[in-house]
Design a protein around this ligand. Structure first.
Ligand SMILES: Cc1cc2nc3c(=O)[nH]c(=O)nc-3n(C[C@H](O)[C@H](O)[C@H](O)COP(=O)(O)OP(=O)(O)OC[C@H]3O[C@@H](n4cnc5c(N)ncnc54)[C@H](O)[C@@H]3O)c2cc1C
Ligand code: SF4
Length: 501
């Protein structure tokens, strides 16, 4: 049963086998697996349940309903927009449905650098297979790659850069292009339409929405209760308290909010090692219509300069085609005046991509006095170098396909119309607030490792020193897990739940 906040106006108390905090990629999978294994499960989700039929495809209605802070969560300096879902199904409801599991060299990197040697490559691959099957992953057929994606691949070919088409978790997609504001057709197989229904079908799961967990009560080495408030849907006003006792607790509130709930429990590494993998938008104007906002938004990529190694982990950059909604496009291009007028007058003729640059762990998340997260993050020099390279290659790719101008995301840039204009990419400042950056993949703030001094959870994803508390979300990765984190989180959920069965 899915129970909304309005159904418990005076709050509630409950006892259960497993209490799961958050219903996204980690929490959703854990709920399904545990309920199917015979455990009684209570999922607490701060957001609300928004079924497909209520998804209106309107930005102004869907961002407040589906996103954390209505899509306006930022780093403390305002430099990076940190996007996260806040709804039943978490970020899997608003994501681009690209399926990219953890590559084996990354696992080796974690074994060598962080002692994460509990699971063999075979176990991780098994978890990858199960994760992909669970959300019906399949290859995007070539005929479903929209013109925006085709232009990126064609430009790559002309300039000597290779890439491909993503696997995705869509079935019956009608190519509407509205993935970022929720799929009205239930074609995107988010956990809200896969794992949560699987959990509910057992009769052993209860999902409580509008339930914000505020703290964990602890007695020695055990968590004794999960406490929080039912919140009013439109105002976030506290309505009533709840208290849940459970044999086992799984924290899956995502990489920004999980560390807040471990305040006083997580040890010195808590909230450290944040990676954001910021992405910068690149757009270009073509002579004919592209309608980049129609079709599967993120179907194609160029990744020949992405580096995946056991020594260094994930590095380099990749360029991915992207479909944008008009409001998001306006917010993510530093243009105004006549340029903005021209771009939006020719919106149908724009092509768009994101340059995604993996970073090294280095940011922090701490809890402000008002309980909200403070996301402290500085752009690293290596990251800036890789971004400059990615922007240059992206601009060359678009020029090669006949774009009449390429628009850089850098403040002070002028449209690139030929090779001579590329020099500005190396000269203009790249720093917080000098370019619009988006992060859809925050991770690392409850890093897994062997020592409490340097990590928050152990190799089984149990919080060091606590017998009945696991973290199963994007916060446990010691370094960037993949260019896309949904399947990696699900892999962690499979392995972590496996420890309980
Ligand atoms: C716009 C966007 C596009 C993306 N595109 C892709 C993609 O194409 N491919 C890919 O692999 N990944 C993508 N991702 C990333 C991927 O979806 C996430 O990495 C993944 O969902 C993270 O899983 P999680 O369990 O850590 O957190 P989430 O899925 O974010 O779930 C966390 C849940 O916890 C809830 N919560 C938080 N705090 C509390 C609290 N105190 N009490 C109760 N509940 C709480 C939240 O409301 C949320 O529902 C994208 C993400 C975004 C935002
Ligand atoms: S593009 Fe496909 S998956 Fe995305 S919202 Fe449209 S129908 Fe759903």
């Amino acid at each position: 049963m899915i129970r909304s906040g309005t159904q418990v106006p005076t709050g509630f108390t409950a006892r259960t086998d497993v209490c799961i905090i958050g219903s996204g990629a980690g929490g959703g999978v854990a709920a399904g697996l545990l309920a199917e294994a015979g455990r009684e499960v209570l999922v607490l989700e701060e957001g609300r349940h928004v079924p497909g039929e209520d998804m209106t495809q309107r930005e102004e209605e869907m961002y407040p309903l589906l996103y954390r802070d209505g899509g306006s969560q930022y780093t403390a300096d305002g430099g990076v927009s940190v996007l996260q879902g806040r709804t039943l199904g978490g970020s899997t409801v608003v994501n681009m449905a690209d399926v990219v599991p953890i590559e084996l060299p990354i696992l080796e990197h974690w074994r060598r650098g962080f002692g994460l040697d509990r699971y063999s490559d075979e176990r991780w691959e098994e978890a990858s297979r199960a994760s992909q099957e669970g959300v019906f992953a399949n290859r995007i057929p070539p005929e479903m790659v929209n013109l925006n994606g085709q232009i990126l691949l064609e430009g790559g070919e002309k300039t000597g850069h290779s890439g491909g088409c993503f696997d995705h978790n869509r079935v019956g997609c009608v190519s509407s292009g509205y993935c970022s504001v929720g799929c009205a057709y239930d074609a995107k197989k988010s956990v809200a339409v896969t794992w949560i229904p699987r959990a509910l079908a057992t009769g052993r799961a209860l999902v409580q929405t509008d339930a914000r967990v505020e703290s964990l009560e602890r007695d020695g080495a055990r968590i004794t209760a999960v406490v929080g408030s039912i919140i009013e849907r439109n105002t976030n006003r506290v309505v009533a308290p709840f208290r849940v006792e459970a044999d086992h607790v799984i924290l899956a509130a995502g990489a920004i909010h999980s560390p807040l709930l471990l305040d006083g429990i997580g040890g010195p590494a808590l909230g450290q090692n944040l990676s954001l993998n910021p992405q910068a938008p690149l757009t270009a104007l073509m002579s004919g219509d592209v309608k980049h906002y129609r079709g599967i938004p993120q179907a194609a990529y160029l990744d020949d300069e992405e580096v995946i190694s056991a020594e260094l982990g994930l590095g380099g950059y990749r360029i991915e085609s992207i479909g944008s909604t008009p409001g998001m496009a306006a917010a993510s291009m530093p243009i105004w005046g006549p340029t903005a007028r021209e771009v939006f007058a020719r919106f149908n003729q724009t092509v768009a991509a994101l340059v995604l640059v993996p970073d090294r762990p280095g940011g922090t998340v701490t809890r402000k006095a008002n309980g909200r997260p403070n996301i402290d993050y500085t752009l690293q020099e290596g990251w800036k170098r890789a971004l400059r390279r990615g922007l240059r290659v992206g601009a060359e790719v678009y020029l090669a396909t006949g774009a009449d101008s390429v628009l850089l995301p850098l403040v002070g840039s002028t449209p690139i119309r030929n090779g001579d204009d590329l020099a500005q990419i190396d000269e203009l400042p790249i720093d917080a607030n000098w370019l619009p950056l988006i992060s859809a993949h925050p991770q690392g703030t409850c890093r897994a490792g062997t020592e409490r001094a340097t990590s928050v959870v152990d190799r089984r994803f149990f919080v060091h020193g606590i017998q009945n508390l696991q973290v199963l979300d994007a916060s446990v990765f010691p370094t960037t897990s993949s260019s896309h984190t949904m399947i990696p989180v699900m892999q962690v959920a499979h392995l972590g739940v496996g420890e309980l069965l």
